[in-house]
Design a protein around this ligand. Structure first.
Ligand SMILES: [Zn+2]
Ligand SMILES: [Zn+2]
Length: 234
């Protein structure tokens, strides 16, 4: 099975991931880690994190970083509550494990880092539209395109013929403000020259003295009676 997966370049990749999926992914040998991640996998603290702090997933590392460290100091015998709890688990230097956890997360590319929320402005279908789409699928009618590029389900992230994961997340641009409708006139001119070859010119006309008004010349090999208008529309 592994050979088949390799043969067909099975990869896990997506444009953006939800925070939940980022947290579910294993932190050791993380596919979205930079070169420094290699050193992190087997460091003394990484082993302590695995053995005594029960770290497996990226979310486990995040949970360690986000705990309450009030009164914390960089000492083996730090008296803060969190470090005391960690020492009871068997960790000899909780402050070093905390620093290691931060370094692990810092090794992740932006797309895979659960501390970074991207594409918060990604347009999404409303629940009402999702329901309408469900009905239209059943009725075999056209459905409204869902512009969301966010991966919500881990299984949907697997691709065949894929490449190694790309470090940069996709950033969707903000939807444009609704613009006023504008009427654009398309012109078409066509004639045959003295050799009988087609000559076609299209034109785009917005308004009197509008700088955007322009002719559109059609290459001779593409010229035909309606080619000028088609070129202007394109
Ligand atoms: Zn502490
Ligand atoms: Zn530890």
């Amino acid at each position: 099975m592994l050979q088949t997966a390799r043969k067909f370049k099975l990869t896990f990749d997506t444009l953006t991931l939800s925070k939940d999926i980022k947290e579910e992914l294993p932190i050791y040998f993380h596919m979205g880690g930079n070169r420094d991640m290699g050193q992190r996998n087997n460091s003394k603290c990484a082993k302590c994190l695995r053995d005594f702090h029960e770290v497996q997933a990226t979310g486990d590392v995040l949970a360690i970083v986000e705990r309450d460290y009030q009164g914390h100091s960089r000492r083996h015998n730090c008296a803060c509550r969190t470090c005391r709890e960690d020492r009871l688990r068997g960790c000899s230097a909780p402050y070093l494990c905390l620093e290691e956890a931060i370094k692990m997360l810092d090794c992740l590319y932006e797309k895979w880092d659960p501390r970074i929320e991207v594409n918060q402005r990604t347009p999404r279908l409303t629940e009402e539209w999702k329901q309408k789409n469900t009905n239209t699928i059943e009725a075999d009618d056209p459905v409204l395109f869902d512009p969301s590029i966010h991966l919500e389900n881990r299984v949907d992230g697997f691709r065949i013929f894929g490449e190694a994961c790309k470090p940069t997340p996709a950033h969707q641009i903000e939807p444009l403000e609704e613009e006023e409708e504008e009427t654009i006139y398309i012109g078409n001119s066509h004639r045959l020259d003295s050799d009988g070859d087609n000559l076609s010119v299209g034109s785009i006309w917005y308004n009197q003295d509008d700088k955007r008004n322009m002719p559109v010349t059609v290459p001779r090999e593409l010229a035909s009676p309606d080619a000028g208008a088609a070129a202007a529309i394109l």
